[in-house]
Design a protein around this ligand. Structure first.
Ligand SMILES: C[S@@+](CC[C@H](N)C(=O)[O-])C[C@H]1O[C@@H](n2cnc3c(N)ncnc32)[C@H](O)[C@@H]1O
Length: 264
């Protein structure tokens, strides 16, 4: 019989940022100030030069930086997230350059001074060969001396905890029309594969009734500090650092947030 995480592996879509998952995204994040936007700006955008955001999504950061005058473009492979980003940009008279691409296929004419991958998006790559390919492509898309910066988390788990399967509330937000957006999650972990398998149930509840629901599966692969350093070196990077001096919003206490930075 297949284990639950095997079932999830089989049912995983390449990108699960669809429909309700995309529709609710900004409600959780955009109205809440997150520390990461300030951190990237302060520590990594000092030099001039074009910036590329991998997995730019609904434009939480991309549109924010465009408004501040940064030369930034993005890539993302979710139709739903891209559509929301474009709608918001049009409303704000912004003209973002966003490419519909997967990071493991990254292929652009431009070269960048900085590539950022916020909100642990690098961890969504499922296949290890995609991970190596993506790192190589990030390297190739940087200008000499260019900087790759990305966030990650490492769950702190005892073996017992890693087997625990318990639904719990992940996010809750009130929407403009008075309805509630709710996300419950249950996770399992594969310590050998360094993978977290999350099942997320998204609901909109209006006047006590569930009016919309979507179940989404996500897999996150984590890496040890030294392991990822070796992988970055193999892709050609140097000056590799991993710091914990900035914490992303919403990283639960049993996770450890890391910010990797590497230079071409
Ligand atoms: C957690 S969201 C982050 C969005 C945005 N960077 C932010 O900070 O708000 C992850 C984004 O990565 C995108 N994504 C997932 N897998 C991807 C892939 N293989 N290549 C490019 N984008 C991907 C998703 O569509 C989604 O928009």
């Amino acid at each position: 019989m297949l284990e639950r995480q095997d079932l999830i592996k089989h049912s995983l879509r390449e990108n699960d940022y669809t429909d309700l998952v995309a529709e609710l995204y900004d409600g959780w994040f955009v109205d809440n100030p997150t520390k990461d936007s300030e951190a990237y700006r302060t520590f990594f955008f000092k030099k001039t030069g074009p910036i590329l955001e991998i997995g730019s999504g609904t434009g939480r950061l991309l549109l924010h930086y465009l408004r501040q005058g940064f030369d930034i473009e993005g890539i993302d492979d979710s139709d739903a997230m891209l559509a929301i980003c474009k709608r918001k940009a049009a409303k704000n008279k912004l003209k973002p350059v966003i490419h519909h691409q997967r990071m493991q296929d990254l292929s652009l004419d431009n070269r960048f001074a900085t590539i950022i991958i916020p909100f642990a998006t690098f961890m969504v790559l499922h296949r290890i060969e995609d991970v190596h390919e993506a790192l190589k492509r990030f390297y190739d898309h940087l200008l000499p001396g260019g900087h790759l910066v990305f966030s990650m988390f490492i769950p702190h788990l005892s073996e017992e905890e890693s087997r625990r399967r318990r639904w719990h509330l992940r996010r809750l937000a009130e929407r403009a029309d008075g309805s509630l957006a709710i996300c419950n999650e249950v996770n399992t972990y594969d310590l050998i594969e360094q993978a977290k398998f999350g099942t997320y149930r998204y609901e909109i509840v209006k006047d006590g009734e569930v009016v919309s629901v979507q179940t989404s599966f996500q897999k996150f692969r984590w890496y040890g500090k030294y392991e990822l350093s070796v992988m970055l070196e193999k892709a050609g990077f140097n000056d590799i650092t991993a710091t914990q001096n900035y914490q992303e919003v919403e990283i639960p206490h049993h996770h450890s947030a890391l910010l990797f930075s590497a230079k071409r």
